[in-house]
Design a protein around this ligand. Structure first.
Ligand code: ZN
Length: 302
């Protein structure tokens, strides 16, 4: 009897130790949610006129998993207040490059393989999609679009856009928008101004504002916001890329102060990393985007 009691006690102690250890591991990240594993940071060299070197964390969605194009975990705006509202997909890309390059540069979580991208673009063309400019998109949200319409966006103006994405856009006659942190142009891994000019001459690509130093707008002062957005605007215009009417929030972080500053500077549309395709005309600085990964576009509801 005593032996049985001892065994029971021993089992109980072991169970308690197990529970305590599990809790400890969870805390230290030894057991971590899948999303944690795929979050990566990318180091960015300091831009020419020295803003602090920034690191670009992967966009808000931790892994590019397809979902239905209109779906969003965030409540949809009331169309009676913010409408008209329509489903117009805005696809968000960062790097397009061969998988091995992405792996070597630790950019897998924000990369789409170039061969996958090629088939995604061919798919859009075969389905008869019209790729809009940001201005056409804005107009489309307000007054409707004919047929299948889409906005293709590329953040950060990486050099792989020039090497791998742009040729596919030309091949399939698809327009796109590149959001440029202008202070980073010419740095390693980024496009330079002559590549940007060459692309611009095709007439297929709109270059738009992504601040000067890829600054997080969330906690920035009004003075900093003004400086970042106006410097980027001026630099884009100086390179013949104006008028600059569109903006994407670095890191997706919004800030209400930004809206009035953008309005003042002639920016008429701004893009977040909030997932979904439900776009409302009276929320022109809150457009939603769908982060695209290596799955076929049909799995995103396109
Ligand atoms: Zn960015």
């Amino acid at each position: 009897m005593a032996a049985k009691k001892t065994i029971l006690l021993l089992v109980l102690v072991l169970v308690i130790i197990g529970v305590v250890l599990m809790a400890g591991w969870k805390k230290t990240g030894l057991i971590s949610p899948v999303s944690k594993l795929s979050v990566q940071t990318v180091n960015v060299a300091a831009p020419t006129p020295v803003p602090e070197p920034t690191s670009i964390p992967s966009p808000s969605a931790p892994s590019p998993s397809p979902d239905s194009i209109g779906a969003s975990p965030i409540p949809l705006p009331d169309p009676l207040v913010y409408g008209p509202c329509r489903i117009i997909p805005v696809l968000m890309y960062h790097h397009i490059q061969p998988k091995e390059e992405a792996q070597a540069k630790k950019q897998l979580s924000i990369s789409v393989n170039n061969d996958v991208f090629a088939s995604q673009m061919a798919y859009l063309a075969s389905r008869g999609y019209t790729a809009l400019t940001p201005d056409q998109f804005l107009q489309g949200v307000a007054s409707g679009v004919q047929g299948r319409s889409i906005l293709l966006t590329f953040d950060d103006a990486y050099e792989d856009f020039y090497k791998y994405a742009y040729p596919e856009l030309v091949k399939n006659n698809l327009r796109a928008t590149v959001f440029v942190p202008t202070g980073l142009v010419g740095n390693s891994d980024y496009m330079n101004w002559s590549q940007i000019s060459e692309i611009k001459s095709s007439g297929l690509v709109t270059f738009a504002n992504h601040t000067w130093s890829h600054k997080n707008m969330g906690a920035a002062s009004e003075e900093t916001i003004r400086y970042e957005i106006s410097t980027a605007k001026t630099q884009l215009e100086e390179h013949g890329l104006g008028p600059v009417t569109s903006f994407a929030y670095p890191y997706g972080t919004e800030n209400l102060k930004v809206d009035s500053i953008m309005k003042e500077m002639g920016i008429t549309s701004a893009f977040t990393t909030v997932p979904g395709s439900y776009q409302c005309a009276k929320l022109p600085y809150d457009f939603r985007r769908t982060r695209i990964g290596n799955s076929p576009l049909s799995s995103y509801g396109l």
